[in-house]
Design a protein. Structure first.
Length: 479
């Protein structure tokens, strides 16, 4: 079977009876077997998905199948799926089973999506290379010597390696967009509050969002549309109306796009990434858009602000893993204190411990105002600045990442270097706006893919997706 790049193509072949659901699912199961060396899947729900495929096939025959019939999805190992294991790629949650499903999952299942398995990620979504998983790193399907990005590296790799049509990831500071860029797929982080976080293992609750990674913008739009909307289980979910994202406008109007000058001037920017941005700017102008440079003098403050606030939130969120309520308990524990101490020491990996310590420090008495309080104020300033840019511009453009995927081990001894990988992506999480990474480029030397990032004002996913869909169509036509 050929690989499919969109649900539309699958549904058309299903209705023409060129393929059926079991053969489609078997295609993905075979791809998973062929790519085991990439270490993408922590678990494959093989017999379950084959049973469900047969049930969806009957529904298709009866003409009452849901909108996502034919969509095979992989889920990041931090999104709950009732009665299935979930570990956040951590030893501390080894063999823990979800007691309920995330709202996002329930909404996809209600439209007949099939879940094929759970995929590897950085432990508790902390990392940018997948090297922080307790179950070993994922390899980049484009070139196995390179990381797939993180923390949703398994999700990006699963889509890129054709092990599923769409994968769910979560994005706290770039965890969907950076791996999407590194593996050459589409990845969108929605507006904060657009999708319920109920059933997503919390890392930094005022930043985290679930989102899709896919081959096509149309599938990302459809999945987003179905997952989005108010949920009584998450008070931070928004009741704003959900637009028909997948209903793309035929003639998108010319837009005002600002490219962030500081991103192009950034010291860490690969020259070819810069050159591709400049070419893209010219191309967008040629298509009738107005593209101007805009200033974001705060750029250098984004990563420090992000790491103060997210580690503070993480240190609080992760205090629930105590060896008593959840998962792993040290066998060497003798009393309550040693249960906490030994279970957490043995159960958490190095990066998670680093963040818990950093977060506890910035929240501690005497330092709270100097770090946490100050970072909150900086977050407000960045938000106000960004909102003022969106008064004049429809979209903001930057590279998704300063460079392409790096080799395993390249940043492991230098956490600051690793954190700076997020320099362009944390912006959207700090201010809550949606941002998408589009797989537009390939590096001439390494052949590795890299993306361009577009950001819109909060709750303007419709405009962002319309524009992205159109841009990808133009690029495909030119290719
Ligand atoms: N979780 C994320 O969105 C990725 C980011 N690299 C982090 O480690 O925090």
């Amino acid at each position: 079977m050929n690989s499919y790049r969109s649900l539309e193509a699958i549904q058309s072949d299903l209705s023409a009876e060129i393929i059926d659901m079991p053969s489609l699912v078997n295609h993905y199961l075979q791809r998973i077997e062929e790519t085991v060396d990439l270490n993408i899947f922590l678990e494959v729900f093989k017999s379950e998905i084959l049973d469900k495929a047969a049930a969806v096939q009957s529904k298709i025959k009866a003409g009452n199948a849901g909108k996502l019939a034919g969509m095979v999805i992989a889920i990041k190992d931090n999104i709950c799926y009732k009665d299935h294991k979930i570990s956040a790629s951590s030893k501390i949650l080894k063999d823990f089973e979800s007691l309920y499903s995330a709202t996002a999952i329930n909404r996809l299942l209600a439209e007949d999506a099939l879940i094929i398995g759970r995929v590897n990620c950085d432990e508790f979504a902390m990392g940018g290379s997948n090297e922080n998983s307790a179950y070993g790193p994922v390899k980049n399907p484009v070139n196995k010597d390179y990381v797939p990005g993180g923390s949703s590296g398994g999700s990006a790799a699963a889509v890129a390696a054709d092990c599923c049509l769409v994968a769910l990831g979560s994005d706290t500071g770039g965890s969907i967009r950076q791996p999407a860029s590194f593996c050459g797929v589409v990845g969108i982080k929605p507006t904060y509050g657009r999708i319920s976080r109920h059933g997503l293992i919390a890392f930094a609750s005022s930043f985290d969002q679930i989102g899709p990674l896919s081959q096509s913008v149309s599938d990302a739009a459809l999945v987003l549309e179905i997952m989005a909307g108010k949920d009584s289980m998450d008070t931070t979910s928004s009741s704003q109306k959900v637009d028909a994202y997948s209903d793309f406008s035929e003639n998108p109007k010319p837009l005002k796009i600002g490219f962030i000058q500081e991103c192009l001037d950034s010291k860490s920017l690969d020259p070819e990434v810069k050159e591709s941005q400049l070419k893209l700017i010219e191309q967008l102008r040629a298509e009738g858009h107005t593209v101007d440079p805009v200033r974001l003098e705060e750029l250098d403050y984004l990563v420090p602000t992000y790491y103060v606030l997210t580690t503070a939130e993480a240190s609080s969120n992760l205090s629930r893993y105590d060896g008593i309520h959840y998962g792993y308990r040290s066998s060497a524990a003798t009393d309550i204190e040693s249960t906490y101490l030994k279970s957490r020491t043995e159960g958490f990996g190095k990066e998670v411990k680093r963040r818990i310590m950093l977060g506890s420090f910035v929240l501690s008495a005497g330092y709270y105002d100097a770090y946490y309080g100050k970072a909150q104020k900086v977050r407000r300033l960045i938000k106000e600045k960004t909102e003022s840019l969106f008064e004049d511009y429809d979209l903001l453009l930057s590279p998704t990442t300063p460079a392409t995927a790096f080799k395993f081990g390249a940043n492991m001894d230098d956490p600051i270097k690793m954190y700076l990988e997020d320099i362009f992506t944390v912006h959207a999480n700090l201010v809550g706006t949606p941002a998408i990474s589009l797989p537009l480029f390939k590096h001439s030397k390494s052949g590795l893919p890299f993306g361009a990032q577009f950001m819109s004002a909060a709750f303007n996913e419709k405009l962002l997706l319309d524009f992205s869909h159109n841009l990808m169509n133009i690029v495909a036509l030119k290719a």
